[in-house]
Design a binder for this molecule. Structure first.
Ligand code: APR
Length: 253
């Protein structure tokens, strides 16, 4: 990708020493997991309001609708492998240029890729937890139960309601990870956004937070985002190729 914008992004990554990456569903689409708001994304097919926290906890029929969607969606996540965009962030971390990845994704692919410091502000969908006793179950085990006809899986220890360990709409954010994400955004010298529409808060507010504290901002995204206007560089391209080239060039100069 030869462009003046790309060259400017390479220079910013090359000169940065405290990089934070903010990733969204767009970094995982090339690993086979659909995003939410891009063409054909999940929220173009399902109404996200159905999957909101109050409904999940309070209405068994809504909870069963969630599990009917999840039993179809999970195999794509379980089969997904990290792509070059995830691996580019691992390379930046190993070069001691990247402090951490803040991810909105719940697919666990950054950890699978080898990233060591990942702040999962929307939780992790590979875990399913009991809302009463907090017992944790591997999501693959729950998949077996769903495929075996269980429509509303309950805790084997206490009979409580089970829920994927992810933040649903209307659910409180995990306090520790969220606070740390904002601290990191405040002290970074470069924020790289990869594959997010930046429409969901509080995650999206990390971008102005970093900018206000003097960081440069690079956005890598196929479509326009809410914060393109405050970015120092916007690279309109696919995450795997763009991040692979960007980090490859920045670390070799
Ligand atoms: N390369 C670059 N960008 C991509 C790619 C790709 N291969 N594939 C998709 N994109 C872009 C899309 O153009 C879109 O703008 O990634 C963005 C993904 O945006 P969303 O689908 O809104 O996903 P995200 O920003 O992560 O959503 C945030 O919303 O539904 C909630 O909790 C959910 O964490 C999620 C949050």
């Amino acid at each position: 990708m030869a462009s003046s914008e790309f060259g400017r992004a390479v220079a910013l990554v090359r000169d940065a020493r405290r990089i934070v990456a903010l990733t969204g569903a767009g970094i995982s689409t090339e690993s086979g997991i659909p995003d939410f708001r891009g063409p054909g994304g999940s929220w173009t097919k399902y109404d996200p309001a159905v999957f909101a926290y109050p409904q999940f906890v309070g209405d068994p029929e809504s909870r069963k609708a969630y599990w009917r969607w999840s039993v179809e969606f999970w195999p794509q996540v379980a089969a997904a492998k990290p792509n070059d965009a995830h691996l580019a962030l691992v390379a930046l971390e190993r070069a001691e240029r990247l402090r951490c990845v803040v991810t909105q994704n719940v697919d666990g692919l950054h950890g699978l890729a080898g990233s060591r410091d990942v702040i999962e502000i929307h939780g992790n969908g590979t875990r399913t937890v009991c809302l009463s006793c907090r017992t944790s179950y591997d999501r693959n085990r729950i998949q077996e139960r769903l495929l075996g006809g269980d429509t509303d899986p309950r805790c084997e220890a206490c009979g409580g309601v089970l829920k994927p360990d992810v933040v649903l709409f209307g659910e409180r954010m995990p306090q520790g990870p969220t606070e740390r994400a904002f601290d990191e955004a405040e002290s970074c010298d470069l924020l790289i956004v990869v594959g997010s529409s930046l429409v969901v808060n509080p995650a999206a507010r990390l971008v102005p937070q970093a900018k206000q504290n003097g960081a440069k901002v690079v956005i890598v995204n196929l479509d326009r985002t809410l914060y393109d206007g405050i970015a120092d560089v916007v690279l309109r391209g696919r995450a795997a190729e763009t991040m692979g080239s960007l980090v490859g060039e920045a670390l070799s100069t």
